[in-house]
Ligand binder design. Structure first.
Ligand code: G6Q
Length: 558
């Protein structure tokens, strides 16, 4: 891949044509009126090959999107919408290093984190791929030294425990990847993740650990985040207390992942033990940067690079495949179809793979922090719904709790089912049982059970309505051969680019997160009000004032 052109200057972009005035949008509105009443039962009955036809496959990921409330015309119009929205040009702008995150004047180049050696991607006229590989090489050396026991703690003991301290994008990706790839991890080591400023998080993470065997990775892009720095100082105190208070021990037990060398040095970590990344990597797009150091320590450098290769394969597919066969584009468009035309408010992500138990939580940040926006790129209020709420739980557990509402409730909840053909821990017939549940659920959601079918089972008339399943509940099924590091890379990139597709069409900036700032600033103002010796003079609203007073008073008496 060669990107010859330099980055475009970051100017406030203009909406050339509002989304709702696009021809394809209007056509979709009219089309929706015609197809909203169609039932998946009818759509499948009239097209026996639908289940084979409405599928796409790339890089070993198979997507069956036939159980969606769409016709061929829907797909055609959605693709037309992508084209009218200039999706191709927007993809090219991202890969070219244009500062598409214009509110922060930054390029968006997570795709460079997984670009193979020898390729070229430019940020500010500089090829960043060699820098990416230099950091990867440094991570590799460090990981090999820790994993082999060559890197020893202050007392000469091998480091067996790794604690990543970070929050948001500096936590959710590492946690998800560690859980997803536990099968490939070094089981002689213990990995824990501390994110919350709630001291319980830290206390529970270290309670049974020996400081002499414990390495802390302080992961923070800015190295100023309240939660992370507070936990980092707690870790420093805990480590020093366990190691006889010798400050020199910090160099052996603390490393940093950050873009801020000055703050890292201020904390007392030797910048030789700092792994860098760049402002063109957004927090929620950073699990494949040095923020993934804990992942590399757990699964080893080779597996980490296999994961990067998986990401890259999906990047190339997204960048080059025609929209009709482009998995992230199709998934993004389907999400828009339900969100903006059916007024669906959520998407359920249901991995039938225990190791993916943190994948929905990871996706919550990726999707909602990216597309939870109410203004378009030129600052006007959107006149349509943006980012749906993503949530989910691994199957089959969810089936015994919230699936009831998906099957028989009053809301439309499109679902993504994720499953793998081969189990990582085969046990008797259990994998067939697991997969039978995936197929059964998508079938039940789509086709339901008619009153006639319920009656034919001998159900008393009075109970029939309770036992009817309307069906017509849409779902995607994502199937891959086996959960491997490579597959995890592909899956994450699939959703990253689906998010990009949605944001591009909604004309919003998917790469800033100003919405998290206000709460942070207000908390900084309230901390001294909680800590002051004398009664603070409070000037909040009456609710906040009285909550603060109640907290202070109760604390004194407890
Ligand atoms: C992600 C956000 C946010 C960020 C955290 C941690 O896209 O920017 O979740 O990752 O606030 O920030 P630091 O890495 O700077 O500590």
């Amino acid at each position: 891949m060669k990107m010859a052109m330099g980055p475009r200057p970051s100017a406030t972009p203009k909406v050339v044509e509002p989304l709702t005035r696009r021809k394809a949008w209007k056509a979709l509105q009219a089309h929706y009126e015609g197809v909203r009443g169609l039932h998946l039962r009818g759509l499948f009955a009239e097209d026996p090959k639908r289940g084979e036809r409405l599928t796409a496959e790339a890089a070993g990921i198979f997507l069956d999107y036939s159980k969606n409330r769409i016709t061929d015309e829907t797909v055609k119009l959605l693709i037309q919408l992508a084209e009218e929205s200039g999706l191709r040009a927007q993809i090219d702008a991202m890969f070219r290093g244009d500062k598409i995150n214009f509110t922060e004047n930054r390029a968006v180049l997570h795709v460079a984190l997984r670009a193979p050696k020898g390729t070229s991607i430019l940020a500010d006229c500089e090829n960043v791929v060699p820098q990416v590989h230099a950091v990867l090489d440094k991570m590799t050396q460090f990981s090999n030294r820790v994993r082999s026991g060559e890197w020893k703690g202050h007392t000469g003991k091998r480091l067996r425990n790794v604690i990543n301290i970070g929050i948001g994008g500096s936590d959710l990706g590492p946690v998800m990847a560690y859980e997803a790839l536990k099968h490939y991890s070094d089981r002689t080591m213990t990995f824990r993740f501390v994110s919350n400023v709630d001291s319980t998080d830290f206390a529970e993470a270290v309670r049974d650990l020996d400081a002499a065997e414990t390495l802390f990775i302080i992961s923070s892009k800015t190295f100023t985040t309240l939660e992370t720095m507070t936990n980092a100082y707690s870790a420093r105190r805990w480590s020093l207390a366990g190691l006889g208070g010798n400050e020199e021990s910090v160099a052996k037990h603390f490393v940093a992942v950050s873009t801020n060398a000055a703050e890292v040095a201020k904390f007392g970590i030797d910048t030789a033990n700092m792994f860098g990344f760049w402002d063109w990597v957004g927090g929620r797009y950073s699990m494949d940067s040095a923020i993934g150091l804990s992942t590399m320590l757990a699964i080893g450098p080779e597996n980490f690079r296999a994961m990067l290769d998986g990401f890259h394969q999906m990047d190339e597919h997204f960048r080059t495949a025609p929209f009709e066969q482009n998995l992230p584009v199709l998934m993004g468009l389907l999400s828009i179809w339900y969100n903006d035309f059916f007024s669906a408010q959520t998407v359920a992500v249901l991995p039938y793979e225990q190791y993916l138990k943190r994948f929905p939580a990871y996706l919550q940040q990726l999707t909602m922090e990216s597309n939870g926006k109410h203004v378009t790129i030129d600052g006007a209020d959107v006149t349509y719904a943006t980012g749906p709420i993503y949530w989910g739980e691994p199957g089959t557990n969810g089936q015994h709790s919230f699936y009831q509402l998906i099957h028989q409730g009053t809301r439309l909840i499109p679902c993504d089912f994720i499953a793998f053909v081969e189990p990582l821990n085969p046990l008797g017939r259990q994998h067939d049982m697991l997969l039978a549940n995936v197929f059964a659920q998508t079938e039940a959601l789509a086709f339901g059970k008619t009153p006639e079918q319920v009656k034919a089972e001998g159900t008393p008339d009075s109970l029939v309505p309770h036992r009817v399943f309307e069906g017509n509940r849409p779902s995607n099924t994502i199937l891959a051969a086996r959960l491997t590091p490579e597959t995890v890379g592909k899956l994450v990139a699939l959703y990253e680019h689906s998010v990009f597709t949605q944001g591009a069409i909604w004309q919003i900036n998917s790469f800033d997160q100003w919405g998290v700032e206000l709460g942070k600033a207000l908390a900084q103002r309230i901390i001294p009000e909680l800590e002051s010796d004398g009664e603070p003079s409070l000037s909040h609203d009456s609710s906040t004032n009285s909550l603060i007073r109640r907290y202070r008073k109760t604390r004194e008496t407890s």
